[in-house]
Design a protein around this ligand. Sequence first.
Ligand code: FAD
Ligand code: MLT
Ligand code: ZN
Length: 478
Amino acid sequence: VTGISDLRSVFAGKLLTDPADTAPFLTDWRGLWTGRARAVVQPDSTADVAAAVRWCAERRVPIVPQGGNTGMSGGATPDGSGDAIVLSLARLNRVRGIDTVNDSIIVEAGCILQAVQDAADRADRYFPLSLAAEGSCTIGGNLACNAGGTGVLRYGVARDLCLGLEIVTADGEIWDGLRGLRKDNSGYDLRNLFIGSEGTLGIITAAVLKLHPRPLARATAFVALQSPASALELLGLVRRRHQSALSAFELLSETCLSLVVEHQPGARRPLGSSAPWYVLIEFSGSSDEESLRADLEAVLMAGLDTGIVLDAAIAESLSQAAAFWTIREGISEAQGAIGKTIKHDIAVPISAIGRFLDQADAAVARRWPGARHVTFGHVGDGNLHYNFSPVPGQDGAAFMAMQDDLNALIHDIVVAHGGTISAEHGLGVLRRDEAARLKSPVELRLQHKIKHALDPLGILNPGKLIAVAQRSATEGAS
Ligand code: FAD
Ligand code: MLT
Ligand code: ZN
């Protein structure tokens, strides 16, 4: 490998160049993108991250930050040129401190999300960010993507759980913004610029995160429904009666349930009969389990009485609740088991979900009759994964050839309903050009100005989120 001998001496033991060692860092988990890199650097201190960035800045070497490499949009994979360094934050993974009076924790970027949850738990607190990849994604990646997950309707997205950041800037300086403050109006909000910037404005090396009281009890239900419209009616009913108890409201179709039951060892149908749609509802809080269950049961009975609910089961034990969650959390993997996937991560106002689905389903049926929908998502946030898989026997390449047209069709409907084409997965390379097509010239110009101000050499994750070539906003929006 050329051009890295001096980097090798600075990062002895923390630099991978052997193809067998670097391979896992050069491909995303879905196998959709594979790139090349000069090396993978694995610093274990903020000072070392800064040194690596300075090395790259002096030589104009592109840097691709990477956490757990579980992202959905190709943001952590280098391009095919072989010019870049992959900067893995995985070894920068200490918990620096916890403050139970301030209800905050300081963690380094490479901390696995589950390790953050566990550290909070040991201090009798709760860190509520929760998603199926929590055993392997990192908090740095979560913040870089502004991840969502299944607890957003009560606790907000990753951004809402972050009080402060430590950042290595594009020229290798360290910004210590590790402030554990709930209020801070002392100038432009730099923290919120870096959150969701997908590694294109700075490297997140540590964060102060907000902790919550640990819920003392939970009640979990798996509910059968006729349609997403029924799910929205039930959501309304639950909110009117028990807004403060509601901590998750996840929608999935029968196709999703059958996929998980077929592909996940041990997964079983929670209900005796099948239905077109289901929701997983969780109540949690500081009241006792009995009263939470009674509230959940009462609202489901009301749903049954009015015909919104077809059938429902309330978990009788922690293991039964875990079994319900296994189904919800197993969808991505089960979908992966049947071939390539075309994913959408759309959000519309909750009131527009029914209309979005009616229009999108009809448009897809006209253009690709028989297409295999795998629709699920965080319906309580207005966020759906309007996904597709190949129909049995369909050639993978032929299926993926639909992607651009399918994306454009769906995204146009999303925008017509005042929605977004990325609610929680980010743009990466997957949605970068679609975002440029759909955003206004003013918004695109502002985004390019921010990128240029914070990364004038364009070395931070080039080609992700916004195109490298500074396309004119008019061209981007045409
Ligand atoms: P990576 O994949 O390594 O990186 C993601 C992006 O962040 C890249 O652009 C990378 O360059 C950048 N980045 C990473 N670390 C840093 C850093 N320290 N500083 C600057 N930039 C950085 N997401 C949701 O929002 N909700 C879900 O419900 C959800 N479910 C998922 C389920 C499964 C099974 C999987 C595999 C993924 C799921 N995701 C979900 C995707 C989610 O975005 C990621 O799992 C997670 O947020 C990314 O963390 P990571 O450490 O793996 O980041
Ligand atoms: C999830 O909510 O499980 C993921 O974000 C969605 C996906 O895999 O498309
Ligand atoms: Zn999701």
